[in-house]
Design a protein around this ligand. Structure first.
Ligand code: GTP
Ligand code: MG
Length: 369
């Protein structure tokens, strides 16, 4: 398990060490500034202070592949990637169902979204890519990653329930990612719905809506009764237009893995979002410590496609192991180059694992008590 020094962590999030130590005590962990705490614990504390911790690995360390910048003249408009975030059961999947005119929620185990679903939708003949994220606390890690690929965050808040812990978490992820937030105040069909209370709670959390003189767009909706969905989509297009999103479709693809699994028949399967370039069947690709030649690309409708331009969510087949959600995928010049990078990464991750397992901290002991 990765650990972080209490003192270092406190200065990283800009909170006095004494306060961090107090919060740790409340969690039943006794530690001084010179002791290590688990990264997981640090994350929880950071949320308490409305802060985000730095990713485990520093960005520079990951830069074992140099990705060339694009020339301005090679850039073309690309569809926005919109992530739907919010507290569990506030209606994220129902909203996407309403947008897509389908019923995904009905097919989910216990109605809880277990993974990130990615969908392409046409709104007024313009393509918009939607990412559904799970609202369950255990999926915090994945949601953090969801915020990194996104251009716009839709914050779903149930009007009968108001702002909840995961709503606040979603707000801080979106803020950390620096993306515009549109609030969808959902379930306005319910008797207990209180739109003004939601607006109050939003302002308590640093989001002042336009009606209250701020610059946050909110749209009261009912995903269930299909109310105001058009208005919300209009706002999404408006915000997307202001973002002037661009990419170069004529270069090797790069992007992010949003979900992955080992399929019995098909082997490692990863859903990726192409952030730049065009991904093609036959491309040599790396993702985390996985590599392979793209054997097949499958779009969000389950159809095989030959290529995936910028902002497309696609399933890729042909990797030799299952990459992790949040891993970056990069198309390399050759099979050989892909293999060489991944071999280096595998040695490094093996070394890191060995190092981590030989380190036992006081907190490991405390946590087991
Ligand atoms: P997780 O994926 O588990 O985080 O939940 P979610 O945010 O995707 O919520 P989901 O769409 O599964 O909806 C949760 C429950 O709220 C379901 O029973 C929906 O039918 C209900 N619901 C969603 N939107 C509305 C709405 O506008 N009005 C009413 N009355 N119920 C709604
Ligand atoms: Mg859901």
């Amino acid at each position: 398990d990765e650990t972080v020094l209490v003192g270092e962590f406190a200065s990283q999030i800009g909170v006095p060490a004494t306060q961090v130590i107090m919060s740790l005590m409340k969690m039943g962990i006794m530690a001084n500034i010179n002791q290590h705490i688990k990264y997981e614990t640090a994350e929880k504390i950071a949320f308490e202070f409305d802060k985000l911790v730095e990713p485990l690995q520093k960005e520079e360390e990951k830069e074992d592949v140099v990705i060339k910048d694009d020339l301005e003249e090679d850039l073309l408009p690309r569809p926005p990637i919109v992530t739907v975030m919010g507290h569990v059961d506030h209606g994220k999947t129902s909203l996407l169902d309403a947008i897509r005119n389908t019923k995904v929620t009905a097919g989910e185990a216990g109605g809880i979204t277990q993974h990130i679903g990615a969908y392409e939708v046409y709104v007024n003949n313009k393509k918009v890519v939607f990412l559904d994220t799970p609202g369950h606390e255990a999926f915090t890690q994945m949601r953090m990653r969801g915020a990194q690929v996104t251009d716009i965050a839709i914050l779903v808040v149930a009007a009968d329930d108001g702002i909840k812990p995961q709503t606040i978490e979603a707000i801080s992820h979106a803020k950390a990612a620096g993306v515009p937030i549109i609030v969808a105040i959902n379930k306005i069909d319910k008797e207990a719905a209180n739109i003004e209370r939601v607006r109050q709670e939003l302002s308590d959390n640093g989001l002042l809506v336009e009606e209250w003189g701020g610059d946050i767009i909110d749209v009261p909706i009912s995903a269930k009764k299909n109310q105001n969905i058009d208005k919300l989509l209009e706002m999404i297009l408006l915000v997307a237009e202001m973002e002037e999103l661009k990419a170069n479709p004529n270069r090797p693809a790069v992007g992010t893995v949003v979900e992955s699994n080992l399929d019995k028949g098909r082997g490692p399967v990863a859903t990726v979002i192409v952030s730049n370039g065009t991904l093609k069947v036959g491309d040599p690709v790396i993702a985390g410590t996985a590599y392979g030649k793209i054997r097949a690309l499958i779009n969000d409708k389950g159809k095989r496609v030959k290529k995936a331009p910028p902002s497309t969510p696609v399933e890729i087949l042909g990797l030799d192991e299952v990459p992790m959600a949040g891993d970056r995928f990069i198309v390399m010049q050759s099979d050989k180059a892909a293999k060489a990078i991944v071999e280096k990464r595998r040695i490094k991750s093996r070394d890191e694992r060995l190092e981590a397992s030989s380190k036992i901290t006081l907190e490991d002991v405390f946590d087991k008590m």
